[in-house]
Write a protein that binds this ligand. Sequence first.
Ligand code: SAH
Ligand code: SF4
Length: 345
Amino acid sequence: MELTEIQEALGAAHPSYRARQLYEAVYQLRVPDLAQVSNFPKPLRLTLAASHPLGLPAEAAHYDSTDGTRRYLLRLADLRTVETVLMPEPGRDTLCISSQVGCPVNCRFCLTALMGLERNLTAGEIVGQVLYVLRAHGLDSRSGRVNVVMMGMGEPLLNLPNVVKATRILTDPEGVGIPQRRITVSTSGIIPRMEELGREPVRPKLAISLNASHEEQRSELMPITRKYHLADLMEACRDYPLRPWEKLTFEYVLLKGVNDTDADARRVVRLLANLNCMVNLIALNPGPGIPFDTPEPARVAAFQAILRRSLPCFLRKPRGRDIFAACGQLKRIETLQGDTISVSP
Ligand code: SAH
Ligand code: SF4
């Protein structure tokens, strides 16, 4: 709930400052239960706690990588689970959160795609993942260290109203207080929703999963291209209203022998010419059922070198591959003493 919704829920029976106190207790102090709103009279706390469960996710499991990454399996009220990943680094902590249970977009290199879509997350469930991890690790959302990327399970722009509402809650300086420039949403290229997102006064930064250098190749890898063509996607990117401090990010998953040649790199440079943007390269994270291979480091470096001549281009370190926490691997895989088993929905 945003502040106005809390005001409505409390109703006229309470003085208006109560809504603000409640809002701060939930989003700043991050109480796990309304019975712990300490500046409320006890009877009010107890009545509220009984009538309004906070709805925060519960931990079903977590897995720790040798590189410090932790993958959480968080349980929602309907007992479905989503994945949330924390990647601590010197100087910053990145939280990768989910926007849907599963994903309806059928990218051929992504494990989440194999689940299909189970449902959208509510704004509360999106915010709840962040609150859960901040609380579990005692992280300070106002420290400037915390980054949020909506790159977990799901296609965020197919759940746009909830993603935008969650962003308003996460960025409100009176609440969780994560700056807008520290939140990024990634899309497979849902063009009409990109236009809608661009009109929102409060919105995350935008990243686009490009992943191919021409229409035919992208249609093979990301069949959604047959609906939202590459040329139209690039036009939507050119029209996207960037804020003064902002660049578009393009993500590119390198698949061995498929989209990783020098010719591909040169085509990507041409596609992105005249855009205020940067590129994040990701070498494929493998997984059971993914019919592609990871390119050798030398091929990745050669590809990056060609892009670098024309635009900023970074190589994304795979984080948490050993616990199936890396990009494209989120499909609720439980890791048991070295064996992997897939958890049924
Ligand atoms: N649905 C959104 C956000 C989640 S996917 C999107 O597709 O943009 C986050 C990123 O992981 C995307 O850039 C996607 O291309 C990438 N990805 C998917 N599968 C991958 C894999 N097996 N290895 C590496 N990156 C992958
Ligand atoms: Fe969905 Fe993104 Fe995976 Fe494609 S890459 S299937 S859009 S989560």
